[in-house]
Design a protein around this ligand. Structure first.
Ligand code: UD1
Ligand code: CA
Length: 452
């Protein structure tokens, strides 16, 4: 039996007070709705129907590869699900329904919910949680015998119902046929004038169908994001979870509250992460590295035993035993070899630097290919831009570049070339040669012994 999922993400998210559609607000760097879709997929469900409306085109772009169902007018969660009727006509079996604004559900939880639903042989299973503060959520009202009777929205709740701590998480499993049969029966006679999906639950109960409730062991997963305060809490919760996973895998994180790791990053054993470090999408860090404090890595690959402090690496690769920083800026397209030293106030863009080379301080290397065992002195600049085009600088193995050198590209320093300090190099330098390109010094004797 194939299981399908409907994810609701058509609402505007008025409480966010934003131009950006709510499902695209990010939690740990990932649009909320993408986190939901990723978890659903990881639970093994690949028939996914995403209901879009507000900012639909933008949402599509952020979440490729699913079926899109357009809800042109947002008339409520029940109406949103009902828009899938036609497209899902040939579907059968259980269907998971969840929201694009509850980003903390794990794949494991989705799997457990489905298994529970099937065990119970239920027409519907509503996923609930015991909330410390249930404000804003629908409350699960049970009969004296403890069976689910109905769900009452916060805005429609009496004082007595508001006391109930068990909330509707907005996630359910339904028998597909019954879901669409009963969706036809609900009406918008409530304080918001909307078609409420939870009303399907009450209707099923009324007709004597089996409705089960699955209470989440960890209520944090139920966290719904309706405003920016909840967005920040969700971010913190996911961040803690990610840090915890890395710590249990053998990574030392000095202060998890000040460490920002996005999902899908890898970190090797015995690496130590110092505070205020941002490890962002696509980053892979090897074993025994020292990272931070104050480092931002995005799409960066650090091999083993790399040390990096107070620096930024964007889409670059750093070889093993290389040290970077403090205050280095490694820009896209950069590949640095093993056992190199990239020091303070160094910017490297779209360049390769081979093993055992040093760029210790105050240098710009752009569009360059640098060999191994090269030393680039303090204040060296590759002048790669002539105002119209970028040009390449090639520095072969074992070159030595003195301080304050300009290398005007395109230019090639053949192996073992030695550039005198203060030179502006405009022509290629043959191998093992010394190039001096600066004005000769003139000494005017006694010049500063002037009278008066
Ligand atoms: C909903 C539930 C509430 C539950 C809570 C859990 C209803 C009526 N209420 O309330 O019981 O406790 O979630 O977080 O279902 N959406 C559409 N189209 C619409 C309306 C909403 O696609 O016409 C989408 C939204 O984009 C959102 C989700 O459905 O992703 C939930 O809508 P929202 O307005 O946030 O409902 P809540 O008030 O949070
Ligand atoms: Ca919500």
């Amino acid at each position: 039996m194939v299981t399908s999922a409907i994810i609701l993400a058509a609402g505007q998210g008025q409480r966010m007070k934003s131009e950006l559609p709510k499902p695209l607000h990010k939690v740990c760097g990932v649009p909320m709705v993408k986190l939901v879709v990723d978890s659903v997929r990881a639970a093994g469900i690949d028939q996914i129907y995403l209901v879009i409306g507000h900012g639909g085109e933008q949402v599509k772009e952020a979440v490729p590869g699913v079926n899109y169902v357009v809800q042109a007018e947002q008339l409520g969660t029940g109406h949103a699900v009902d828009q899938c009727r036609e497209m899902m006509a040939s579907v059968d079996g259980p269907v998971l329904v969840t929201c694009g604004d509850t980003p903390l559900f794990t794949a494991e939880t989705f799997r457990n919910i489905l298994a529970f639903h099937q065990d119970q042989g239920a027409a519907a299973t509503v996923v609930t949680a015991e909330a410390a503060d249930p404000t804003g959520y629908g409350r699960v009202i049970r009969t004296a015998a403890g069976n689910v009777e109905q769900i009452v929205e916060d805005k429609d709740a009496s004082q007595a119902h508001k006391q109930v701590k068990e909330i509707n998480t907005g996630t359910y499993c339904f028998d597909f046929k019954l879901l669409f049969q009963y969706l036809g029966e609900i009406t918008p006679d409530n304080s918001q004038g909307e078609y409420y999906l939870p009303d399907v639950i009450a209707a099923l109960v009324r007709d004597g169908r089996t409705v089960a409730a699955y209470c989440l062991p960890d209520p944090e997963e139920a966290m719904g994001v309706n405003d920016r305060v909840q967005l920040a809490w969700a971010d913190q919760a996911l961040r803690r979870r990610i840090c915890r996973r890395h710590m249990l895998n053998g990574v030392t994180i000095i202060n998890p509250e000040q460490t920002y790791i996005e999902p899908d990053c890898e970190i090797g054993r015995d690496t130590i992460i110092y505070p205020n470090t941002y490890i962002q999408k696509g980053t892979i860090i090897g074993a025994n590295c020292l990272v931070g404090p104050n480092v931002r890595l995005e799409g960066a690959v650090l091999e083993d035993q790399v040390t990096i402090e107070q620096s930024v690496v964007l889409e670059g690769r750093i070889g093993s035993r290389t040290t970077v920083g403090p205050f280095a800026y490694i820009r896209p397209g950069t590949v640095i070899g093993t056992h190199c030293r990239i020091g303070d106030f160094v910017e490297i863009k779209n360049s390769q630097i081979a093993d055992e080379s040093k760029v210790p301080h105050l240098t710009y290397v752009g569009d360059a290919v640098v060999g191994s065992h090269v030393n680039i002195g303090c204040g060296t600049i590759t002048c790669n831009y002539d105002g119209k085009k970028k040009h390449q600088t090639i520095i072969e193995d074992n070159c030595f570049i003195g301080s304050n050198v300009n290398l005007v590209a395109p230019v090639r320093l053949h192996k073992g070339a030695f550039i005198a300090a203060g030179s502006t190099v405009t022509e290629d330098v043959p191998e093992y040669s010394l190039a001096i390109a600066r004005a000769r010094q003139v000494n005017k004797e006694g010049w500063n012994k002037r009278e008066g």
